[in-house]
Design a protein around this ligand. Structure first.
Ligand SMILES: [Fe+2]
Length: 138
């Protein structure tokens, strides 16, 4: 697998500097999770979990920022979007529990879900609120 799982693309930009900065950081942390795992051995599990827990915390903050902005912008798809964030958080929490309980966990499926969701979500769902948030201050 490549060094970088999610490669930043300018297609991810939503035109709000706060959100764009957070999205860049999410991509960076996701890549860090993979790098953590690639250190190998028992350290892999520990560093992967550490990185993933950091990612979860960061995602929580980011989702709150994004949802507040969508609320201010009266974004009509806020409820649907919020549900996507909640489903993601629940899925990651469930996968972390599975990962923690296994002796020799394989993070491949986990990492795949994470990278796919982040790239898809930023490139599709987040793009839909651009015209709405363009009118409000971050
Ligand atoms: Fe989002």
């Amino acid at each position: 697998m490549a060094d970088e799982l999610v490669v930043w693309k300018d297609d991810f930009l939503v035109g709000n500097s706060v959100i764009d900065g957070q999205h860049r950081e999410l991509v960076r942390i996701t890549n860090e999770c993979w790098a953590g795992y690639r250190t190998g051995g028992i350290i892999a599990k520990v560093s992967f979990l550490k990185a993933i827990q950091g990612a979860v915390l960061y995602a929580k903050t980011h989702f709150a920022t994004e949802e507040e902005l969508m609320r201010k912008a009266r974004y009509p798809l806020l409820a649907v979007h919020k549900k996507q964030h909640e489903d993601f958080a629940a899925e990651v929490a469930a996968q972390i529990r599975v990962f923690e309980s296994e002796d020799n966990p394989d993070p491949a499926a986990f990492v795949e879900y994470l990278t796919h969701w982040i790239a898809e979500h930023i490139a599709n769902s987040d793009q839909k609120y651009i015209p709405y948030i363009a009118k409000v201050e971050p």
